[in-house]
Design a binder for this molecule. Structure first.
Ligand code: SF4
Length: 303
């Protein structure tokens, strides 16, 4: 950063996601979710540094050079379903043209008929109607633009789909539809899905497991059914996120997230936490998937 300041946008992120599984990475805007996604795709700004390992098969994504990322990873090993698909699509070209170009870049298809067939197959997998392939992005509804972007992400048949805020700007019906379609792409057991979202309802609908980020750290990683149902989350911040939902207590988490450049030495959630004690002046280790000195204890464990 200017003046030589260093900011840890993401720290100690440990997680895995298997084929046939959906992991939802959730948290407030600015908590580091999209930085993590950018790191996996080698798309961090030039002044950023990433350390550690992110293994996809035999490849460490964080150590891969730009040539490997461009030729092997993006589109082929990791398919990106972008935020704001309408903005991601090229406005002056038809969806067919964009799909066929992507087929040419990511697959072995060269014959015109084979390229056309592969483009149509990707459209069908994403439930994009093939009779709309001749349209331009501005002629598409939000839902169809989302499906077009998903079709582009599916062309390379990547083993990992990375969906970065795929439901932003969509109305609730379309959110449900979109996440159901994304889920369909992992249910055949061939792909893993990492969904980055601040939409907890979407995460509840799609995820097998949930990872909660706060101030650049994963502070809870757990089974989605336990998280959204019983016994519920264990970290005070995770519980606060759920209690903020309109169909729950509709009570916001008090205070504001800390500046990433000015994090306290201890628990970053301490100024907002109703369970804070002196112990929280030391950064909590992650134990059983929760980074907290006083996590909530499920009733049955207490008994
Ligand atoms: S470590 Fe302390 S301050 Fe942080 S969430 Fe847990 S109880 Fe709250």
């Amino acid at each position: 950063m200017p003046g030589g300041r260093r900011i840890a946008a993401v720290t100690d992120a440990h997680f895995d996601v298997a084929a046939g599984e959906c992991l939802a990475l959730i948290g407030e805007s600015g908590c580091g979710k999209s930085v993590l996604a950018s790191a996996l795709l080698g798309l961090l700004p030039a002044n950023a540094q990433a350390a550690g390992e992110a293994r996809l098969g035999e490849l460490n994504l964080l150590a891969a050079d730009e040539r490997t990322l461009a030729r092997t990873v993006r589109g082929r090993m990791v398919g990106l379903v972008p935020q704001s698909p309408a903005a991601h699509l090229t406005p002056v070209r038809t969806i067919r043209s964009q799909l066929e170009e992507t087929v040419g870049a990511l697959t072995d298809a060269r014959e015109r008929t084979a390229v056309r067939a592969a483009a149509e197959a990707a459209a069908e997998r994403a439930a994009f109607p093939t009779d709309h392939l001749g349209l331009h992005p501005h002629e598409l509804s939000g839902g169809l633009a989302q499906r077009a972007a998903t079709a582009l992400a599916l062309v390379g048949d990547a083993p990992l789909l990375l969906a970065d805020e795929p439901t932003t700007g969509l109305d609730r019906d379309l959110v449900d539809h979109t996440v159901d379609e994304l889920r369909r792409h992992v249910d055949d057991g061939r792909r893993a899905l990492l969904v980055i979202t601040h939409d907890l309802a979407a995460a509840e609908r799609i995820a097998d497991r949930v990872a909660v980020m706060y101030a650049g750290r994963i502070i809870e990683l757990t089974d989605a059914k336990r998280f959204f149902g019983t016994p519920g989350p264990r970290h005070p911040y995770s519980r606060g996120l759920l209690q903020a939902l309109p169909d729950r207590a509709f009570t916001p988490v008090p205070g504001m997230p800390p500046e990433l450049g000015d994090l306290p030495d201890g628990c970053a959630f301490a100024p907002r936490c109703d369970r804070v004690t002196d112990a929280c002046a030391v950064r909590p280790p992650t134990i059983d998937g929760v980074a907290c000195h006083q996590p909530h204890v499920p009733e049955r464990l207490r008994a």
